[in-house]
Write a new protein. Structure first.
Length: 161
């Protein structure tokens, strides 16, 4: 079990620098305009990761803590997310972010980095990038992670508020 936890912790760390495979591509283009707004993360699921695994996402908290989180993504790129889950081990938190869209190998990706007091966004080197698919009222993110030396995926589903 300790090895599984170590592998998942490593996978979460690798997630910060990983890029998604083209398998998440849908052929549609996600525009910045379609992403702007307020969103609620309604679900987080896994492909290639056991359901009982302890998964930390965005180097912050258990995936359970991100369910129900609110994401504010304004047009200027300076947004935030707020965790308010009452699940065991979760604490309320709010995080300022700088977000944008990125095109990699024909795949649209949502990317963001956490902003901290007194640190300019250009001085933050680490961030997160996930494949994005948006149909207007529902947005899904697909993050590629390494689990037991194989590609696995964390899928985030968000609904427009």
């Amino acid at each position: 079990m300790k090895k599984l936890f170590t592998v998942l912790l490593l996978a979460a760390s690798l997630f910060a620098i990983s890029c998604s495979s083209p398998s998440g591509a849908t052929g549609q283009t996600t525009s910045k305009k379609s992403v702007i707004g307020s969103w609620i993360m309604t679900d987080i699921s896994f492909e290639g990761i056991p359901e009982r695994a302890k998964v930390t996402v965005f180097d912050q908290a258990s995936y359970e803590c991100f369910k129900g989180s609110q994401w504010v993504l304004p047009s200027n790129g300076k947004g935030s997310y707020t965790l308010s889950s009452t699940a065991e081990g979760c604490s309320p938190a709010s995080q300022q972010i700088m977000w944008s869209l990125y095109k990699a190998g024909g795949t649209d990706q949502f990317q963001f980095k956490k902003l901290y007091d007194g640190v300019k966004p250009k001085n933050v080197a680490e961030g997160y990038r996930v494949s994005v698919n948006n149909n207007g009222n529902t947005m899904s993110w697909r993050a590629t992670v390494n689990f037991e030396d194989k590609n696995a995926y964390i899928i985030y589903t968000l609904q427009r508020r």
